[in-house]
Ligand binder design. Structure first.
Ligand code: BGC
Length: 268
């Protein structure tokens, strides 16, 4: 299947980034000839400084000094003429690695936690408000060096929501590229996202405390207008999680929750 064109990685940016070189839809693919393409090069000074403080977590400026192979869930990673990895989804209008710590794929994890609200009979998702962009998002974050995916999901979830949960019984619903505003031609976000559904009894006893990258944490009723405005590619992740959930558990869902899921899995 052809992958969707990345948009946030071409049209959005953190405020510290220079303007991106404009990349029309038909020039995103590296195979399309784009002779006039001159993306500005940007690596945030704080990333260069951070490398000296923490060289095991942050890559050096010179890509040739990196010993690990560049890896992506998407495709084999190609290198450009300066030996820098090339974004597998194509041009972004910016070279360098911006504010990302790694050249190539930067690996994150995300958790879709759902519950059935027994009072309203609605399916709800636990979402955070991100401190950096203010957008609603799934709880998640970067995988630390040497950390397993499940451990990272549980740690990030606890840091952002104050809740300790086990992801052992979760289902992994997505592994791949994230259309993130921080992405560049040479560095990009990828994530492993898993879904866990909680029974209403267990879910009603939980109490949260937002922390780390989260300003706030709340249950939200599943609705198309909520999903469409989520951070990065979290809308796609939620749609996938709900599609799989419906497939697995459709038999015991109420008519109301089925309707909610149908409204989000059919793209609005
Ligand atoms: C966020 C994740 C997100 C990833 C890619 C991380 O910083 O914490 O929720 O999926 O970036 O955008």
């Amino acid at each position: 299947m052809r992958q969707p064109l990345h948009k946030k990685a071409r049209l959005e940016k953190p405020s510290v980034y220079p303007e991106r070189f404009s990349v029309p839809d038909d020039k995103v693919d590296w195979c399309s000839y784009f002779g006039e393409y001159r993306p500005p090069y940007f690596v945030a000074p704080e990333i260069l400084e951070r490398f000296y403080q923490n060289p095991s977590e942050v890559d050096p400026e010179d890509c040739c000094k990196i010993k690990r192979p560049f890896y992506s869930f998407e495709n084999k990673v190609e290198l450009d003429s300066s030996n820098r990895p090339r974004n597998p989804r194509g041009r972004t209008g910016l070279a360098g690695r911006g504010i990302l710590w790694r050249w190539g794929a930067n690996l994150a994890v995300d958790t879709v936690l759902s519950r059935l609200n027994a009072e309203t009979d609605e399916l709800e998702l636990l979402l955070i408000n991100r401190k950096d962009t203010g957008e609603l998002a799934l709880p998640g974050g970067m995988v630390n060096k040497g950390e397993k995916i499940r451990e990272a999901q549980e740690r990030e979830f606890e840091e952002e929501t104050g809740l300790k949960i086990s992801m052992e019984d979760s289902e992994t619903v997505y592994c791949g590229y994230v259309d993130d505003q921080r992405n560049t031609d040479n560095a990009w976000m990828e994530t492993v996202a898993s879904h866990k559904h909680m029974g209403s009894n267990q879910a009603s006893t939980l109490s949260f405390r937002a922390g780390d990258d989260a300003e706030n944490v709340l249950w939200h009723s599943l609705k198309p207008e909520l999903i469409t405005n989520l951070y990065a590619s979290h809308d796609e992740i939620v749609r996938l999680a709900m599609y799989r959930f419906y497939d697995r558990c459709g038999g015991w869902l109420t008519a109301k929750t089925k309707e909610q899921i149908e409204a989000v899995i059919v793209r609005q």
